[in-house]
Design a protein around this ligand. Sequence first.
Ligand code: GLN
Ligand code: ZN
Length: 827
Amino acid sequence: PSLLNLSRRLRRPSFIQIGRVRAVASHIVGYPRIGPKRELKFALESFWDGRSSAEDLEKVAKDLRMSIWKQMADAGTKFIPSNTFSYYDHILDTTVMLGAVPHRYGWTGGEIGFDVYFSMARGDATLPAMEMTKWFDTNYHYIVPELGPDLKFSCASHKAVNEYKEAKELGIETIPVLVGPVSYLLLSKLAEGIEKPFSLLSLLQKIIPVYKEVVSELKAAGATWVQLDEPTLVLDLDSDQLKAFTDAYTQLEESLHGLNVLVETYFADVPADAYRVVTGLRGVSAIGFDLVHGEKTLELIQDLSFPSDKYLFAGVVDGRNIWANDLSASLRTLKTLEGIVGKDKLVVSTSCSLLHTPVDLVNETKLDGEIKSWLAFAAQKIVEVNELAKALRGEKNEAFFSANAAAQASRKSSPRVNDKAVQEAASALRGSDHRRATPVTSRLDAQQKKLNLPILPTTTIGSFPQTRYLRRIRREYKESKISEAEYVKAIKEEISKVVRLQEELDIDVLVHGEPERNDMVEYFGEQLKGFAFTVNGWVQSYGSRCVKPPIIYGDVSRPKPMTVFWSTAAQSMTTRPIKGMLTGPVTILSWSFVRNDQPRFETCYQIALAIKNEVEDLEAAGIPVIQIDEAALREGLPLCKSEQAFYLEWAVHAFRITSCGVQDTTQIRSPRVFPSLRLNLPGCIRILYVILIMLLGLKSDSNALNTFMIHTHMCYSNFNNIIHSIIDMDADVVTIENSRSADKLLSVFREGVRYHAGIGPGVYDIHSPRIPSAEDIGNRINKMLAVLEKNALWVNPDCGLKTRKYSEVIPALTNMVAAAKLLRTQL
Ligand code: GLN
Ligand code: ZN
């Protein structure tokens, strides 16, 4: 309600018919479904748990759709999307629309209901869910269609037309949105058992008739526009793939007749060949481009021109970030475009669906006022789009524009954003390289001796089960319901239990269990300068799962140690080595909303410096092993192949910055070991002192340097193309997710990649409640031994244990250690 009031105050409510467009209009590509307070999430989960009925769920969904449409209409939006709502995922919705249900779900025909839909999405007692994968380079995940030659397609869901009619009944004319036929196929995979030469694109013939049916239904219901999302046009497509677009739209042309068709692209620049294809598509009257992520499309529009009979939907408001638009900059871009395509052919839009932003800033009651003035969530972006369109129509809202300009200026100059020292330190890093002083092979020997590890050493990935008790303790501490002393006591008790358990299990390298952490990024973000946190800034990750990314708004630094207290507490409880646990800079960056006023690598280097400080403090405090998690390194890979090498270079460099050790180049150990080096001794005495120290200390010194062990962990095993970057990270041990796709990883090594560091491919799947037997684990280790050096292999689960119960963790780890011990006797 507050939101509606806000937009009402800003704008007169208006009922707009989409017919001919006469002056610059406005459009929104898509909208978050989850609700301003995650209403859909709670409704879904309650329905799945059997606590509410299908009607209850449908009611919540309907109310959400209604309020979104009203909000867009009130803001003056001309092209309001429908069918961007989803109970789980829009690709799954398309699969359902096409009746492309894999046979195992037992669907025999008719309109597909919740039962089949949700078993495809989530699995059920007997069937696993369909595969889920990342949606382009976002943190959203879609359900991957499984297609093959024997699948029969038929229209099995009328959701698109139903939602169009639902809006129409409210007096709101919408533009129904469908996933385009070519992108749908390009985002699919072959069903199991189908041989490679079969081409997914050959299915176009079969799905086009269903699209025709849906389109004609929409026409019959009164639709005058339809939006077909073809985001794959931004990928590096080959000529066959591009030709599929031409073929598909030629086949659709006749049925699209009498309808305005918008083909929407997003997430990156459209390459020149794809630009030529999309601007030449038959039956298409409008094209949408993302003008925020990349600058080349704009150049193409200027250089190659734009068809004079088509509308240009200009995505100038960022759908993937939380920053308020720089309205005057956008206005300049739009005016340029207006000069090219004309007033009546230009439509102001978002860069992509607003699915990737939180819903509404009005629900941020705890955010600092100045920071808040720099932000815009989905609801605010709708207003921005409409204000830009109005300004182009000559109805500029001066107050709105000048408030925006003031906020932009305050963001630029604010001392909370700018920290000179950090900026200088980070930019000094750029030209230089950071490498550890000794090569990995000699490090491993020294580490082996110091830590006295057996062959096939065992370890875990960091977290132990997060119990309800732990969550309560953290919450009560946050809300000041318990004192710091009580909190510390409770967490230390938990650490001591976890340490004792690992000793009993006879694990070789122990962890403290991460009981003080809510989330591996939030925990660090909360302690770093330059980060802000929202209370309701949820973004859908998949289905009902949402994440609340931190906002990096300023230069990042570390005011004080973040993990040393807990790691040293753990180390004091055992004589075995404790592995300190940090999140790496690339992962912190990838899972946050990042600044748009400096390049990503700049922010990443700043975070790397903060983590480096932490590494050094842990090392100085006597923690012998440190794991720096880079769970998201692969996720950050840019869509466009030509940008990947640059990304990998700075991402891997950032990791090395954290772990190379400040003294690597000088061979002199940490200043803490020789504090007087920091004194200002006269020159010659200083030199003599240094020589003396070197003579006395070099041996043990370089030992210390060699024995300090860096682990990293990655939540994927698809190392194809990036294995050399992983090697270049120069960690001593890499632990990897492996159990869901074991062969992918091993094939990389089978192909003869030379890898000298330690490696711990997960020996069992922690995502499943199933307890692996010692025999299973042993077999798996043996498989790895066939391709990897026995001295290099570590034995560990494939990810953290925080989502598991102790009743699962204890037997699983018991079997893991038993398998490792048995194999040691056989090697
Ligand atoms: N150290 C983290 C944990 O064990 C790693 C989590 C992850 O890889 N996503 O929970
Ligand atoms: Zn993991």
